[in-house]
Design a binder for this molecule. Structure first.
Ligand SMILES: NC(=O)c1ccc[n+]([C@@H]2O[C@H](COP(=O)([O-])OP(=O)(O)OC[C@H]3O[C@@H](n4cnc5c(N)ncnc54)[C@H](OP(=O)(O)O)[C@@H]3O)[C@@H](O)[C@H]2O)c1
Length: 322
């Protein structure tokens, strides 16, 4: 987020960096200046216009309402308020209009959902999406620094012929493996991550009738999530028609040339802000169904880029106090 504020030349007047007591004494460099990290307290939000928050959900539940009470607008990365009916859940390419409905908190959606809805929205507008079957291939950075470290450490041990360290962040060894579990299981047999894709997609797209059938899988990839998607539409759909609407879609790039072996790859898409789609093909039987492959950097568009874009939408509303 810090890097994106710099890259996108966000018009920052003053900035401060808050964290837990653990970070006392640490510094952060922003736009060539060095700042001391300050403790997260209710008083820290006085005279703050926009808060970009990325804390555990329990911390957000406690502090985001306090920031809103102090007059700030919080863009919250955690899941704390995503399904709260009073809190807009926003992907600027999809529902920028919802930003104006905020009451001091705007939620940033789950990373897997963000990239999927960027690809689905243009199809929904043109062909009306009825049902989505999605399998994710999610990188370890979605589990933070500890997830990255776990893949590195287990891979290094394998290569050295040593016993790999026991898994801590993931339910099973992730090196040279795939784990069909992200977050905890719910009584319905789906994981929390999978149900986020179901519920958040409907809220962002503003259509409670869209069926989403997800399977979320952790794979030994460092950055970028990939998704294999089958979409069923009310109107007939073809690869050419989908390419046509996607060619005009914001934040989306079609990379689809099988002859040249061109399709989105997680390693190639890392550090980009767009959502990439490829492997576009018709369902073998159904004229109203299409398959495609969708890849995006989970730390950028799946988190930080989307949060900063929401803040940019806020500026268009001019919420900044005189
Ligand atoms: N698409 C998305 O938006 C997306 C993607 C991935 C993750 N997430 C969410 O983003 C959030 C942050 O994830 P993360 O892995 O970066 O979390 P994290 O490492 O546990 O914490 C992030 C920040 O919160 C601070 N913090 C933690 N506990 C605190 C406390 N008790 N009081 C004050 N500050 C506290 C940390 O301070 P210290 O640095 O001092 O520890 C750190 O600055 C999570 O809610 C996660 O689910 C969202």
């Amino acid at each position: 987020m810090i890097r994106l504020l710099e890259e996108r030349k966000f018009p920052v007047g003053q900035i401060k960096f808050l964290a837990s007591e653990r970070s006392a004494g640490k510094t952060v460099t922003f736009a060539g200046e060095t700042y001391a990290v300050e403790p997260l307290t209710a008083e820290a939000f006085a005279d703050v216009d926009i808060v970009l928050s990325s804390t555990p959900a329990a911390v957000s539940k406690q502090f985001s309402p306090l920031a809103a009470l102090a007059g700030a607008v919080v863009v919250d990365n955690s899941s704390a308020f995503r399904m709260d009916p009073d809190v807009p859940l926003v992907v600027p390419e999809v529902n920028p209009q919802d930003v104006a409905k905020h009451h001091g908190i705007i939620a940033n959606p789950n990373c897997s959902t963000i990239q999927m809805v960027v690809a689905l929205k243009p199809l929904h507008d043109a062909f009306r999406v009825r049902r989505v079957v999605v399998s994710t291939y999610q990188s370890v950075s979605g589990a933070g620094q500890k997830g990255l470290h776990e893949l590195h450490a287990q891979t290094a041990a394998h290569v050295a012929g040593e016993a790999p360290p026991a898994p801590l962040k993931f339910a099973h060894p992730i090196a040279f493996n795939c784990i069909p579990q992200i977050d905890d299981f719910l009584p319905n047999g789906y994981t929390k991550e999978e149900m986020k894709m179901v519920n958040e997609t409907r809220k962002i797209m503003g259509d409670e009738t869209i069926d989403v059938c997800p399977t979320c899988v952790r794979v030994p990839v460092l950055y970028s999530h990939s998704e294999s998607i089958l979409v069923e539409t009310e109107e007939p759909i073809t690869p050419a028609a989908a390419r046509d609407v996607w060619s005009r879609a914001p934040g989306l790039i079609v990379l689809d040339d099988p002859e040249l072996k061109q399709y989105p790859l997680p390693a190639a898409v890392a550090h980009r802000d767009e959502v990439f789609v490829g492997r576009i093909r018709q369902d073998l039987k159904r004229p109203n169904a299409l398959l495609f492959w969708c890849v995006s950097d989970n730390l950028r568009k799946g988190a930080a880029t989307n949060a900063v874009q929401i803040a940019e939408e806020l500026l268009k509303l001019d919420p900044v106090r005189a």
